[in-house]
Design a protein. Structure first.
Length: 166
């Protein structure tokens, strides 16, 4: 069953676009957020975010460590995980549980329920914007405080779909 998913956002592994525009946009958002909230944006925090936003590709912690080392930054696992924890906590990065990897948020600064479409062939990931929250704000029957929710949808991206007629 094929489903057409509307992916109206800046940046995606599935769409061609100018990465420099969205990289600058989201780096500026992160800088502004840290400034307004008196948070220290260390060079390592900035570099890890830049690595993740660079190509909109999910990367594992050890892939990030290898890039940091190659680019001359400290590359010990505890330091990298602290940086990733900070970026996830502040909503600039998401952890893709199914791939055990991290990806820059396509909607940083906007309240949303993270939802991802993941190609099971090439592991590319695109974040889709959910217009609704879960549970609905009017749902009082659910006596549970949700702290985190994420949707991961597996499928086949257009590039990997050999059944598409060209």
């Amino acid at each position: 069953m094929k489903t057409k998913i509307n992916v109206n956002y800046i940046g995606s592994s599935f769409d061609r676009h100018n990465h420099e525009i969205c990289n600058e946009h989201y780096t500026n958002k992160m800088e502004k957020y840290c400034d307004e909230n008196s948070l220290k944006l260390t060079p390592l925090r900035r570099k890890v975010f830049e690595i993740l936003i660079r190509d909109h590709k999910p990367l594992g912690a050890y892939q990030i460590l290898a890039i940091l080392k190659k680019e001359g930054f400290a590359s010990s696992p505890p330091i990298a995980y602290r940086v990733l924890d900070f970026l996830v906590e502040k909503g600039f990065v998401h952890k893709i549980q199914g791939l055990n990897s991290f990806i820059a948020c396509s909607f940083a600064g906007c309240e949303h329920l993270p939802a991802f479409i993941i190609c099971r062939k090439c592991d590319n990931v695109a974040e889709i914007k959910s217009e609704n929250t879960f549970p609905p704000a009017s749902d009082t029957a659910l006596d549970f405080k949700i702290e985190e929710a994420m949707i991961e949808i597996l499928g086949i991206c257009p590039a990997c779909d050999v059944s598409r007629v060209i």
